[in-house]
Design a protein around this ligand. Sequence first.
Ligand SMILES: *[C@@H]1O[C@H](CO)[C@@H](O)[C@H](O)[C@H]1NC(C)=O
Ligand SMILES: *[C@@H]1O[C@H](CO)[C@@H](O)[C@H](O)[C@H]1NC(C)=O
Ligand SMILES: *[C@@H]1O[C@H](CO)[C@@H](O)[C@H](O)[C@H]1NC(C)=O
Ligand SMILES: *[C@@H]1O[C@H](CO)[C@@H](O)[C@H](O)[C@H]1NC(C)=O
Ligand SMILES: *[C@@H]1O[C@H](CO)[C@@H](O)[C@H](O)[C@H]1NC(C)=O
Ligand SMILES: *[C@@H]1O[C@H](CO)[C@@H](O)[C@H](O)[C@H]1NC(C)=O
Length: 525
Amino acid sequence: MLVSYVYVKILFLLLVIFYVESYHNDRKCAARSFFNRSVVCVCNATYCDDVTREEVACGQYIWYTSSEAGLRFDKFTSRLENFIPSAQSSYTTLDLNVNTKYQTVEGFGGAVSDAVGINWQNLTDPQLKQNLIDTYFGDKGLQYSMLRVPIAASDFSTHVYAYNEYPENDYELSNYSLSYEDYQYKIPFIKAALAVAKTPIHIIATVWSPPKWMKNSHEYTGVSRLKKEFFQTYADYYKKFIEKYSEEGIPIWGITTTNEPLEGILLIVPFNSLGWTSLSMGTWIKENLGPTIKNWRPDIKILAGDDQRPIITFWFEIIAKVMPEVLQYIDGIAVHGYLDKLVPPDILKRTQELFKNQFIIATEYCEGLLPTDKLKVDLGSWERAVSYTQNILEDLNYNLTGWIDWNLCLNAQGGPNWVKNYVDSPVIVFPERGEFVKQPMFYAMGHFSKFIPRGSRRIQVRELSFTTIDNVAFLTPQNTVVVVLYNDKNESRIVNLILDGKQASVLTEANSITTVEISNGCDSL
Ligand SMILES: *[C@@H]1O[C@H](CO)[C@@H](O)[C@H](O)[C@H]1NC(C)=O
Ligand SMILES: *[C@@H]1O[C@H](CO)[C@@H](O)[C@H](O)[C@H]1NC(C)=O
Ligand SMILES: *[C@@H]1O[C@H](CO)[C@@H](O)[C@H](O)[C@H]1NC(C)=O
Ligand SMILES: *[C@@H]1O[C@H](CO)[C@@H](O)[C@H](O)[C@H]1NC(C)=O
Ligand SMILES: *[C@@H]1O[C@H](CO)[C@@H](O)[C@H](O)[C@H]1NC(C)=O
Ligand SMILES: *[C@@H]1O[C@H](CO)[C@@H](O)[C@H](O)[C@H]1NC(C)=O
């Protein structure tokens, strides 16, 4: 084992590579390590690690690696060589075929729950708060291009509430106003993000529960249905939110048709929800939500589902079968990832075959939520970064157009959350120490979000060797090819990437995520 490892290293040194420090001086991770874990990178008011996506010159390729051992976006460069098939080595070799293209990328991002805004404001120091925004949305950060925002409370709020709680049975929503949480936490956070992002941020808004009086249970939690008499009022409840946020200078790009509607049927969780049967939701979309939104703002995307994978088959397919008219209002299908280890992704393939005019996008995922997860926040966990990486790779290879994380930042407990449903987050804040830390999950997200901009097309990857490695490849609007590789082995591996008769050789460290960006379509070597 050791011999082959040294052999690989020596061979690799024979390839001409440069450790890139000369382009932009990236700030290195200020690493803090934990027993038996990978590192977190510590950011304070005066220091936060960053990374610039370099422009690849003709004939060149650049790769960025993060590893369990502690690399974080470490940058290397080399020059393409001619690929000689007959001299094919025993290394893993992947052929990148830009002529076969699949889905177009919408973007990557996370959610601004009340908890996120509260944790961000709690950092108090303006420069520290700015560093958190920059590290997610800035040019030297992850360059997130999507956000999801709860319409009123989710479970990641300090208390449960909705807009227009009073007066009750108010068909006209005459008393609809945004909450303290919107003005104090969510709106300032989103505005700060919009101010630094170079790509327009596409924001998806979602209701967890409408006001109690619209529901037959007259409760925020538990089994419930929307009262038929308030179908139109609930559609207007969405429209008013879009109007209110627009007035604040925040454009809403899309809405989902209610967060996790199965929760309000099966009673899996103790937080605010609204249950929908397939047929009643179909009726609501067809008669109320669809016309209300599309006759007013046809550009607003309506995303159905917004629940775990099975809902697509057991629930959305029924709507589509019984009421195909619903489909004219549906732009896409939103999927959450919590059952992905149990429900194989073939469901996604079937969905695409059935609904050719709708895109699929992942709208929620996090780690640490299972009852078996002893640690809600597990600082430095590499396993959790691996879960993110494998989930994103799988979804992208099944034609999903984007991937949106759950809370952008949480406190050390994994909250605040009004039902104590604490979970992990890529960024954990420590206001009392004047710092926040970036977990391995943060870098896992960045290996995709930073290098696969909106408008990128996934391309075909063909395996030319007996061995392979988890991968996904894209052609970007800058006419470069970006490949993300996940090396799950505990030894480093060389991977050869073949593009148009030229070869890029990349050393992937043991247990590492690597993003390679290769120049495309220029002849000079
Ligand atoms: C170290 O972490 C691994 C994976 O989380 C675990 O299997 C192992 O038991 C841990 N060892 C100790 C000493 O905590
Ligand atoms: C901020 O972080 C940097 C880099 O780790 C460190 O040198 C500096 O002392 C920290 N500042 C404070 C106030 O802790
Ligand atoms: C309007 O809502 C506010 C809370 O946002 C409440 O205090 C007030 O009583 C409501 N007005 C009516 C007429 O119910
Ligand atoms: C992805 O979409 C292409 C068509 O663009 C299709 O041929 C392929 O089967 C899809 N892949 C999956 C895994 O669904
Ligand atoms: C805000 O930070 C303070 C310490 O500065 C801490 O005591 C408090 O619990 C934090 N609030 C939340 C909601 O995490
Ligand atoms: C890699 O894992 C194998 C077993 O899976 C083990 O025998 C070997 O010692 C490990 N090597 C390193 C460098 O950790």
